[in-house]
Design a protein around this ligand. Structure first.
Ligand code: GLP
Length: 241
């Protein structure tokens, strides 16, 4: 595990974007595992800047997102598909059909999870998986539990997670109750994992996840077992390191 701590957000964003663009420059058909939430936005902005300067092309890249809410209508402002279009995809030359996100509106969510798993099995390995961290230690939408799923599956969101995400919706009642998420097994299969954590409110959970016991009650703690884990922390999230 390599941990980098940054004094300012801009340096963190440039470092994160630098890791991703360097990979795509050396491997133009790389497979990227992408995350949503507030954490990666600055990194996506720096990727767009590098693309606009002609430093990198994404036309042969494939992307697989971690998760999607269940039941938000197509084009909903808070769907993860909309998020990815707005923050990244529409600004770069990635081919839309190569950007994959679980379909949260599938009539049969279980079948959609199986379909997403088949796609992920076919590509064999994600080259670089970007991850944020939930306040309860979740990664993707893998919530603390006695048992974790390996592959993509339907989850009921923790009340804490819905509270944390309520800031993006008119009220907590509008936050979906379920989501589809890649499982921890799929996440851990990625060749390299880039975990990004910001803010004092995550200082304790990121410390517990990376130095505490490995337990399904803190899904991010399983990342300790990964051979190529890079962690980017701002100074507040990294105050315990
Ligand atoms: C969300 C997402 C995660 C994200 C996490 C942290 O619910 N499903 O993929 O990493 O919670 O979000 P944020 O970066 O906004 O703190």
């Amino acid at each position: 595990m390599i941990i980098h701590k940054f004094e300012n957000q801009q340096e963190l964003n440039e470092a994160g974007a630098g890791i991703i663009t360097a990979l795509v420059q050396t491997k133009p058909d790389a497979v990227l595992g992408l995350a949503t939430g507030s954490t990666p936005i600055g990194i996506y902005e720096e990727i767009v800047k590098a693309y606009n300067k002609g430093r990198v092309s994404f036309k042969n890249v494939r992307t697989y997102n971690l998760d999607e809410y269940v039941g938000l209508p197509d084009g909903h402002a808070e769907s993860y598909r909309t998020y990815m279009n707005e923050h990244l995809f529409r600004h770069i030359d990635v081919q839309p059909e190569r950007t994959r996100i679980p379909n949260g509106n599938a009539s049969d969510p279980q079948e959609e999870c199986a379909r997403y798993n088949r796609e992920l099995d076919e590509i064999k390995q994600v080259d670089l998986q970007i991850l944020g961290l939930g306040h309860n230690g979740h990664i993707g939408f893998n919530e603390p539990a006695d048992e974790l799923h390996s592959g993509t599956h339907l989850v009921e969101l923790d009340h804490k997670t819905r509270e944390a995400n309520a800031r993006f919706f008119p009220s907590i009642n509008d936050v979906p109750t379920h989501a589809l998420t890649m499982g921890v097994g799929t996440i851990l299969k990625a060749k390299t994992i880039l975990l990004v954590v910001r803010g004092a409110d995550k200082a304790d959970i990121v410390h517990r996840a990376l130095t505490g016991p490995i337990t399904t009650q803190c899904p991010a703690s399983l990342l300790q077992t990964h051979p190529h884990l890079i962690v980017l922390l701002d100074s507040e999230a990294g105050r315990n390191f």
